[in-house]
Design a protein around this ligand. Structure first.
Ligand code: AMP
Length: 283
């Protein structure tokens, strides 16, 4: 496994592969890897000849009061896991390698970056679309894989690639869960043990919505079902429950008459958890 800490090393590695006409799959991550990330790696290996995983805790997608400094990191463990899973190269740049001082250019998808999580976290998605564009320009992958867990991020990246004619394919990977249903996340280790137990509420609330969706409900009925399960978790602070068109993230109302995505953001103390589920109308 080739570890590249500079853009030049990464470009040279991909250039060698291209000489053999190999296709390249990219899995961007912020490290502290778990089975969720490794599912994306597996998908990349099945689809492309060579797989690159990037590990970069991107400062420009964190707000001033967010957890950039305390975001968990374990480089040695991450590298061992990626090697074991057969990744061909890891791109592991430092912040100075990725950003020059001052106010660099950025990429934004304004239709999607200011809504939902973007309304709660100003500049977050601008940071994401900019760093993902930089990674695409450095690695030049044929395809890149993102988790459905970060549904708004996946939707935004699909739109960015379409609108800016970026020459690669984007694939989504279903959310990988702990045995009790909690969506795997690098932040789960920071949950207090009792909060960790309560946090199954997110997945259970979404399971309820799937059952209610079969009865031909209104959007309001779906929200009520989700909210009532979350309220059964006494330590949970519900930051948001949003039900949107599954493809465009536009607002929906009235009867459930198309595929919608239910997006949850729930906080336990300082730990913000997100989860999502796509539900369809009966038949
Ligand atoms: P992160 O390191 O949190 O930025 O995540 C890197 C990639 O892994 C993103 O595309 C995430 O959506 C994806 N990911 C994180 N957790 C999961 C999970 N539990 N299931 C599937 N994909 C995930």
């Amino acid at each position: 496994m080739i570890v590249c800490r500079t853009k030049a090393e990464m470009r040279a590695t991909v250039c060698d592969w291209r000489a053999d006409r190999a296709t390249v799959g990219l899995v961007p991550t912020m490290g502290y890897l778990h089975e969720g990330h490794l599912g994306l790696v597996r998908m990349a290996r099945e689809t492309a000849d060579r797989t690159v995983a990037s590990i970069f805790v991107n400062p420009t997608q964190f707000g001033v009061n967010e957890d950039l400094d305390t975001y968990p990191r374990d480089e040695a463990r991450d590298l061992a896991l990626l090697e074991q899973k057969g990744v061909d190269s890891v791109f592991l740049p430092g912040v100075e390698e990725m950003y020059r001082p001052g106010e660099p250019a950025y990429v934004d998808v304004p239709e999607l970056s200011g809504i939902l999580q973007g309304a709660l976290r100003p500049c977050h998605f601008r940071g994401v679309s900019t760093v993902v564009t930089k990674l695409f320009n450095i690695v030049t992958p044929d395809l890149a894989i993102f988790g459905e867990k970060d549904y708004q991020q996946l939707t935004l990246i699909r739109q960015m690639v379409r609108d800016l004619d970026m020459p690669l394919e984007i694939r989504g990977h279903p959310t990988v869960r702990e045995p009790d249903g909690l969506a795997m996340s690098s932040r789960n280790v920071r949950l207090r043990p009792d909060h960790r137990q309560e946090a199954v509420a997110l997945n259970e609330a979404l399971d309820r919505a799937v059952v209610v969706a079969k009865t031909g409900p209104s959007i309001a009925d779906l929200e009520t079902a989700v909210r009532s399960r979350l309220e059964g978790s006494p330590s949970a602070t519900i930051e948001s429950i949003d039900i949107r068109d599954a493809d465009t993230l536009e607002e929906v109302s009235g009867t459930l008459d198309r595929r919608v995505v239910i997006l949850l953001a729930v906080r336990y103390d300082t730990v913000l958890l997100i989860d999502q589920r796509v539900v369809a109308p009966p038949n």
